[in-house]
Every structure is written in C-alpha cells, then in structure tokens.
Design a binder for this molecule. Structure first.
Ligand code: SDX
Length: 437
C-alpha cells in the first residue's frame, strides 16, 4: 500500500472569538500542502456553522491519492509528477498506481492487465438498454443510465465492507467503461457494437471498439493515436476532490453501491463548468470560427453582465498553468501532424491562447488554458464527435473516482456527508385557507 504520512497535530491552535468568548481548534498538517483547522466540534462549541458555498476553503477528507499545487502548476498521482507518468508510464500502470498506491512490479502489472482485460465484455442483456434511447441521445445520458444499470447485473459484489468485492467491482468498472463508451458511440451512428479484443491494450481496444467495423475489415489501430489516447486517459485519471469526485464520495458515504456512485460522478462531470468543458470549448471555437472574431468573444468573456465564459480557460485550483494542458499541447501538435490535419480551429485555439496569456484581464484573474482546452482539439482530430468528449473524460476518470471511493470506504473518520445551511427563508407562519390568500 502507499506510503502514508500520519497527519501531525500542530502545537499551534486556531482561536476563534465570537463576542466575548474565544474557542480553540486543533490544526493538522499533512505531508505537503496547506494545514487544516479541525472544526468538527465548531457547531457543538459555538452553535455556529461555517459558510463556504463551493467549498473553496474546505478540506472534505484526508487523502493519499492525488496532490495539486495550483500556484506551482503541480499534479502528483501518489507522489509521481503527471508529466513523468505521461512520458514514461501507461494508463493501466497508472490505474494500478491510483488503486494501490505504488507502481506495480512487472508481475503485478501483467496480472492487473490480465484481470482488467478479462472483464471488458459486458453482460449481453446490457446491450438492450441502448435501444431504449433515441439515436440522437447525448452519449453522456446513455453513460449515466447504462453505468447505473450495472448495479442490476453484479449483485455478487456489492458488499462494500468486503475488500475482495470492492476490488472486483472496481475492476469491472475500469474494464467495462470503455466498452460501454464505445457502444454509446456506435449506437449514435447506427453501427453494430464491436466486441473487445483481448490481444489489444486498453487504449487500442477502446479505439478498436469505437472505430472498428465487425467482419468488414480488420482495421489496424494507429499506434500514434493509441498513444495519444492512452496519454489523454492518464492525464484525466484523477484530480483530487473536484466536483465529480466529491459527488462520488458523497454518494458513497451513504453506502450506495459503487456502480450507482460512479453513475452519480458521470452526471456531475457532464456539467460545462466541469468535464463538459471540452465539448463546450470546441463548440465555442466553432462559434468563434475565425481568428478575426476572437476579440469579440474575449470582450464578452470580460463583460461582467455577460454570462459567457471562455470554455477551456480558468480553474478552481490552478491559478497558474494546468500541467495537463502543457502535456496535451504537445500531443495535439503530434496528432495533427500524424493525421496531416490543418485544422483552422487549432489556429483559432492557438491565437486565443496567445491573446488570453497577454490580456491583463486573464492575467489578473489567473485564467490559463486548462486540460479541456487541448483535449477537445485532439479528440476532434481523432474523429470523435464533440458529444463524445466528456464520455472520454468519464472513461478515464472512473479509475480516479473508484480509487477515491475505496479510500473513503476504509476511512475510519468517514461519516455520511450531510452539510448544513444558512437559512434565510420564511420563519414559522400559519397555514392560510385558499379563500384567504
Ligand atoms: C475541469 O476541479 C477540477 O479539478 C476540475 C478538473 C478535473 O480534472 O476534475 O480540472 C476538470 O473541470 C477543468 C475546468 C473546466 N471548465 C472550464 O473550462 C469552464 C470555464 N471555466 C470557468 O467556468 C471557471 O474558470 C471554473 C468553473 C473552471 C473555475 O471557476 P472558479 O474558480 O469558481 O472561479 P470563479 O468562477 O469564481 O471566477 C473567478 C473570476 C470571476 O470574475 P470575478 O467575479 O472575480 O470578476 O474569473 C472569472 C469569473 O468571472 N472567470 C472567467 C472564466 N473563469 C473564471 N472569465 C472568463 N472566462 C472564464 N473561463
């Protein structure tokens, strides 16, 4: 298991004064990153809640999985920098790392890959769920429905207190999510589903199931595209306590089964402010259309009265560059060169990035291109429709979600998540008969 640093109790205390009274709270330190003030007894001691919509200053849990330093633009999976993993590792090895806390030996990796490979097939009756959707259904709607429906097929591993059952459920989700994602695409284009192949690696298998055509031709997967796909999966695999991961943890805190929790994470990721930003970013680039229209959109983004935001820019944590965007920028150029694509949208994207980096508004608000800015360009070049972009994000993030879910389940401090509120509604009043309203 991963090297765990016991949290330290600082000799400093946090003192809160309300009126004439003062209250003291312990301060905990971790291995790296900000210390935390233990306010678990705040309400009992002070009859006050904290107020933190969006949880911008709240640590919801203790974790050993992913660390982000927003100012340094640092992202570590179990301590390993994301650019080193993107350069030297592959998604299966990174999945093992996120799940278990350490990089696998060759033997451990071979066994893990074999276990995942032999779970890629879905129950044949799962296929019937697709025909209930319209052909033009958004694939994320299909993902929410079909992944949630997995709970109905795997009763034999929903005792979440049993580590072995948690492991098999985790493996089933990691293994089957590419198959279901490819099926969602095939259904949307009216092509037959393509079964997974055990002789292909995870990224190749996904591209085979998505773009292959059964029996008609034995289409070879382009290794450059498979490598770019694998990199995209690595870069999207986990990201600390973001909105969808927090959704998975909150759903799991009630004891809900892992399949239902991952379906909840998929639903949260769908939002354009989160994982839906890659699709929204490409739609925005298409709306801008040409380089000469960029200033018009930048002005809209700056206009306080205009809800328009530059999709693919800004981040709750990264107030410098997003290290994933740096890796993806290089990948984008490699893929476009390999496919010999001269995409005018990339010209718009490059010019938009240049302007945003020089514009005082974006510099002052620390709005830099994030992971979604480049992933959309690569995925479009690879032939994915924009509606599939967030599906690929969900595919990759499943291992992060299930790793965080597992960590939450075994956390001894774990309680059902139940935030409170600042109530500003009507105080008690008498019911009025309809004739007296
Ligand atoms: C992901 O959390 C994660 O880790 C997420 C993620 C992951 O891997 O899980 O990294 C994946 O979700 C990446 C983010 C993808 N979303 C987008 O690209 C959508 C566009 N970005 C914005 O919606 C926004 O930047 C957020 C939601 C990402 C972050 O918003 P914050 O931190 O809550 O910041 P904010 O909304 O309070 O904005 C701060 C200021 C505001 O101006 P003021 O009110 O201070 O005057 O910056 C402005 C905002 O108006 N601003 C933008 C902007 N983002 C913020 N202005 C124009 N364009 C933008 N994109």
């Amino acid at each position: 298991m991963t090297e765990k640093f016991e949290k330290t109790i600082s000799d400093k205390k946090a003192t809160l004064t309300i009126g004439e009274k003062s209250y003291e709270f312990s301060i905990f330190g971790g291995s790296v990153g900000p210390d935390v003030i233990d306010i678990r007894s705040l309400y009992a001691q002070t009859d006050h809640f904290t107020y933190d919509p969006g949880f911008t200053s709240t640590a919801s849990c203790e974790s050993t999985i992913t660390y982000i330093d927003g100012d340094k633009g640092e992202l570590l999976y179990r301590g390993y920098p994301i650019n080193q993993l993107a350069e030297n590792s592959d998604f299966m090895e990174v999945s093992y790392l996120l799940l278990n806390g350490e990089l696998p030996s060759q033997e451990e990796k071979d066994k893990f890959v074999n276990d995942i490979t032999y779970h890629t097939m879905v129950h044949d009756q799962l296929n019937r769920f697709f025909s209930g959707f319209r052909r033009d259904a958004h694939p994320m709607a299909i993902m929410c429905g079909v992944v949630g429906a997995m709970s109905a097929f795997y009763h034999d591993n929903q005792d979440i207190s049993d580590p072995e059952q948690r492991k098999i459920a985790s493996y089933r989700l990691i293994a089957k999510i590419p198959t279901i994602a490819a099926m969602a695409y095939k259904y949307s284009v009216g092509q037959p589903f393509v079964y997974p192949r055990n002789d292909l690696n995870y990224a190749e298998n996904f591209l085979h199931m998505t773009f292959g055509v059964p029996q008609c031709e034995d289409k070879k997967v382009n290794p450059i595209l498979a490598d770019a796909m694998d990199k995209i999966f690595i870069l999207h695999a986990d990201h600390e306590q973001n909105a969808s991961t927090s959704t998975v943890r909150l759903a799991g805190s009630s004891g809900a089964n892992p399949f239902a929790c991952i379906a909840a994470g998929i639903a949260s990721l769908w939002g354009p402010a989160h994982g839906g930003a890659n699709e929204a970013c490409l739609n925005m680039l298409e709306e801008i259309g040409t380089v000469d229209r960029i200033p018009e959109f930048v002005a809209k983004a700056k206009d306080k009265n205009d809800p328009f935001r530059l999709m693919g820019f800004g981040h709750r944590v990264y107030k410098n560059f997003d290290p994933r965007a740096t890796v993806l920028q290089e990948s984008a150029h490699k893929v476009l060169k390999e496919l010999n694509i001269d995409d005018p949208l990339l010209d718009v994207a490059m010019e938009l990035e240049r302007i945003a980096r020089e514009d005082p508004y974006f510099i002052e608000k620390k709005l830099y291109p994030n992971v979604d800015f480049y992933s959309g360009i690569i995925l479009k070049a690879m032939g994915f429709p924009t509606s599939m972009f967030t599906v690929l994000f969900a595919l990759a993030r499943t291992v992060g979600w299930i790793s965080q879910w597992s960590e939450m389940i075994v956390d001894p401090t774990q309680k059902i998540g139940r935030p409170r509120q600042l109530f500003t509604g009507s105080t008690e009043r008498k019911y009025k008969d309809i004739n007296n309203r």
